[in-house]
Ligand binder design. Structure first.
Ligand SMILES: C[S@@+](CC[C@H](N)C(=O)[O-])C[C@H]1O[C@@H](n2cnc3c(N)ncnc32)[C@H](O)[C@@H]1O
Length: 282
């Protein structure tokens, strides 16, 4: 009997999916690999997801060691390096890593970033085990078939002073509600529908979602310092694809403070700060 909805999925399924369409690759229609392209990708990402820089606190890591698990095409990687951190960035997807490495070249940050192609579930078999000030993983662990294995690996790179900043998808969210509604409230296939529809490209092989309670289980053995939810995507998707930012009518008529209220309760991103036990915050 399978014990998770994604037991039949392999790490190769996950790699193939992200190789076929690296995350955020269409955030600009400029030529991939150019400075203009990367500038637009960054601008769009932080415009649509303004909570990311607030959560990552890039400037806080100047002169510190950051391990980024699942760097994708490297938007946050560059932000950490540009802020003065010494970054190790890991991803499963060769295509994503190629773009991220090119990005480091374009911005003259190659001496601040080491890239590894590695599976987070077996991180220590590729990435030398050393202590990091920050382990950062935004939108990644929920896409691996065995998230708990990835967390156990991440712990090897932390000591009592290290911080883990983790974002996983939130189950009690507007997005999950919308997916469920679009599928006629067929709760029994919910995990399958979520994975199908969680990303810009349909058919993601693995997408787990977490409640505040179940993320505690995922991180068991660690101390959760804080967590919050944020991010409801409010834009008309067709216009968004054309780089036009217009709210869907029902979000448009909501007073902005009420929309923010909803985001902080039913947002899609569950952002967690956690440490190993005995760790002391700053
Ligand atoms: C939604 S993207 C997020 C990328 C990046 N963190 C960002 O915010 O732009 C998910 C990324 O996780 C990577 N990934 C998924 N499973 C992984 C694993 N087991 N090990 C390493 N990377 C993984 C994928 O290749 C993909 O680049």
């Amino acid at each position: 009997m399978p014990s998770s909805p994604f037991d039949a999925k392999t790490i190769d399924d996950v790699r193939s999916y992200w190789n076929a369409r690296p995350c955020n690759i269409r955030h600009s229609n400029k030529e991939v690999g150019t400075k203009e392209y990367f500038d637009e990708v960054e601008k769009r990402k932080y415009f649509v997801e303004p909570h990311i820089p607030l959560f990552a606190e890039f400037d806080r890591w100047r002169g510190k060691k950051v391990l980024e698990v699942g760097c994708g095409i490297g938007t946050d990687t560059i932000s950490f390096a540009r802020a003065g951190a010494d970054v190790t960035a890991v991803d499963l997807s060769d295509e994503s890593l190629k773009i991220a490495a090119r990005r480091a070249e374009v911005f003259g940050l190659t001496d601040r970033i080491r890239f590894y192609r590695a599976n987070a579930e077996e991180l220590s078999s590729t990435v030398p085990v050393e202590r990091y000030d920050l382990v950062y993983s935004f939108g990644v662990i929920h896409h691996t078939p065995h998230p708990r294995a990835a967390i156990e690996q991440i712990k090897k790179y932390m000591d009592a002073e290290s911080l883990l900043k983790l974002m996983v998808y939130h189950r009690i969210s507007w997005k999950v509600g919308a997916i469920l509604a679009s599928r006629g409230f067929r709760f029994w296939a919910l995990d399958k529908w979520i994975a199908e529809n969680s990303e810009a490209q349909t058919g993601c092989p693995v997408t787990y979602t977490y409640t505040k309670r179940s993320v505690e289980t995922l991180l068991s053995g660690m101390t959760i310092e804080s967590m919050f939810v944020d991010h409801i995507f409010p834009y008309d998707v067709e216009k968004y694809k054309a780089y036009i930012y217009i709210y869907i009518w029902y979000f448009n008529i909501l007073p902005r403070p009420f929309f923010r209220f909803l985001e902080r309760r039913l947002g899609w991103h569950l952002c967690v700060n956690a440490r190993l036990p005995g760790g002391k915050g700053e």
